[in-house]
Ligand binder design. Sequence first.
Ligand code: BG6
Length: 501
Amino acid sequence: MPGLSLASDCACTMAPGRLEPCVLVIFGASGDLTARKLMPALFSLAQQRALPRQLAILGAARTPMDDQVFRELILSALPKGDDQERRAFGERLFYLHVDYQDRASFTRLAARLAELDARLGTAGNRIFYLATPPGLYDPIGRNLGRGGLSAPPPGGFARMVVEKPFGRDLKSARRLDAALHQSFEERQIFRIDHYLAKETVQNILMLRFANSIFEPLWNRSHIEYVGIMAAEELGVEHRAGYYEGAGVVRDMFQNHLMQLLALTSMEPPSRLAADRVREEKNKVFRSLKPYGNRALGREMLLGQYGPGALRGQAMPGYREEPGVAPDSRTPTFAITRLFIDNWRWGGVPFYLASGKRLAAKQTQIVIQFREAPRSLFSGIMPDNFQANRLVIGIYPEERIALSFQAKGQGPRLCLTPVDMEFTYPQNGAGAADSYEKVLLDCLLGDQLLFWDQTGIELSWAFLDPVLKAQDRRTAASLPNLYPAGSWCPQAAGEWMRLIHA
Ligand code: BG6
């Protein structure tokens, strides 16, 4: 069956807001995130002429260096390209050596910002991007406040951008939030979830609410179950320091999978605006049926990868990875079944799964519709008959596929499952990297794709009971081993088969 294609006459609009002059201050500028994600995204935006002309990027970190060394460091890590574009990008870069705990550093920061404003016309507008370990959010936020840097200039803005983890449970998330709110108001805080900036993830709302054929079926009367899966091939890599204390539920469920769940199940917002969309998502979180006391092992199953092989290459188990305790119980896989107790979804199971070192990287949402009555076709329906299924693929292909039954060609009467599929062109024109999208939205001041604190707290409040049980080291919290390169622990097979199309 032919695929569908993107029509050229699409109704496009940029996020609301205007690109204003500003200084983007990146704390943690000598780190991995800055080099791997932020700078390439900013450079790409510069190449697309999507940055404000008066945008200066001020790197701030503990490593002593001057502007010139910083420029060379950043430029050497960027993809090769037009020399003039690289030079122009280099001219936007500046550097300041800071000690995050030291107030005097922030006095120097204020002076440097004032100097850049005077020299480059950046108008006192600021974005503070915290690309640092989360332990530093509190001192940086506090010191920005004390230095008078969190107050926006008249008619302008001062924004703070933070990355997950937003705490490690409800209590710490609240503590972190209180620290940030000492200096910044909620409308100034942009909490990134890079999943929200993925093209197909944004498309979930368009698919559901810009078409009239799906929404009437999008409920408990027609849907058997929903599956949300984020499978990864990668192991823990060099992040054991963080991951050992986190595990898969904190790392993937509390944020990315919860967002996918909310987008798939929320009611239509009254407008496509940040506050309206967040409000509807939060209603979903509020309607989640709480896990019972003994959910671990029953409603959520944990796993950890052992030694195995991926694409013919031997892989170590999680406990053999550098920095991981030889008796670690940290789960690298989890699958859960949860329910949204409202009129639309009551009784429909939602299966959420994620794991590291699985057989392939695959991220998708499966909407499994109920079976049609069979009597009419008894005898010609195959035994493994699959009712209609809508798959929203996020990785490797960004696609939407609807499977249905059709008559097999030829004189005999038989039914065959067929797919109708739409695939976004890989790296197609206009496809933006997630970080490009979030950086642009920060510059525009649009919070649509960012978490609000209420959502963060509701999500932690829901997961806290299973996380507590996981950390308690009971028999139920002992993760089931699965070989690296397989799809899941054996015990999770039944649920995993439902959602792994
Ligand atoms: C991050 C997690 O938030 O998301 C990582 O910390 C994970 O552990 C990553 O690998 C997955 O993102 P993506 O976009 O590759 O699915």
